[in-house]
Write a protein that binds this ligand. Structure first.
Ligand SMILES: [Zn+2]
Length: 236
């Protein structure tokens, strides 16, 4: 109950505080083009490697014969400077879901420059309904909406469902993650027909790609032609 109340109150408390950059915490001036990001942090954002480079790194984590992902896009990388992860923390845990939309639009612009294929449908990595109840929203929906807006792709949040409640990925080691993600996703029976369509799948962070690859596998089993993944942060 206390948790629930805190979750409801937090975003309103934030509205009373001065609006600041979610990366450096400095107060935003009227010159900022963004609601949650100052121009200094925008200009010095450690942009993630391009799609082709990221795809080759992904192949170090997942052998080619088990890889169902066709393209990989990320906005920023977090190995050299992880202060940008603060924006994702605020997006996930402080109720600031609008950050997802704003950063999602930036991600969309980067994808536009790098993509090789055209995508017809976008969707997001689902969170289990128990976690959805606790948090009140799925952060990746907002990333997907912002990026899909820029990319002009139709967003569908009722494509994939999570069958099993899993413990947080960040608390697990690599082999635990692989076991954990196998066979936990399914397709909603009433989903639109996406056979032979190209789908772009959104999440907040890519670490090993195993969760995203498990979903890509499920989408392809149900007829998707190509599956791209796009995340705000890359830890690849
Ligand atoms: Zn800043």
């Amino acid at each position: 109950m206390i948790n629930k109340l805190t979750n409801i109150v937090k975003p309103f408390l934030f509205l009373l505080a001065p609006i600041h950059c979610e990366v450096c915490k400095k107060e935003l001036t009227e010159f900022s083009q963004f609601k949650y990001l100052c121009m200094t942090c925008f200009d010095s954002m450690p942009l993630a490697q391009n799609c082709e480079y990221s795809f080759n790194i992904l192949l170090n984590h997942i052998p080619k014969e088990n890889l169902y992902i066709d393209e990989v896009f990320s906005l920023f990388e977090i190995k050299s400077n992880n202060s940008y992860m603060d924006s994702i923390y605020s997006l996930k845990y402080l109720g600031l879901y609008d950050i997802g939309f704003e950063f999602g639009e930036l991600l969309g612009k980067k994808v536009l420059k790098e993509k090789k294929f055209e995508y017809q449908i976008s969707t997001s990595v689902p969170i289990h309904k128990a976690r959805y109840r606790e948090r009140g929203y799925n952060q990746s929906d907002f990333i997907a909406k912002g990026a899909s807006n820029t990319l002009n792709i139709e967003f569908d949040d009722r494509l994939i469902k999570r069958k099993i409640y899993t413990k947080s990925q960040t608390l697990m080691n690599k082999s635990e993650r692989k076991i954990n993600v196998s066979d936990i996703f399914d397709i909603y029976s009433e989903s639109v027909n996406f056979e032979n369509k190209n789908i772009m799948l959104f999440d907040d962070v890519i670490t090993t790609g195993s969760t995203l690859n498990a979903i890509a596998k499920t989408l392809k089993e149900f007829g998707a032609y190509k599956v791209a993944v796009a995340t705000l942060a890359s830890a690849l």
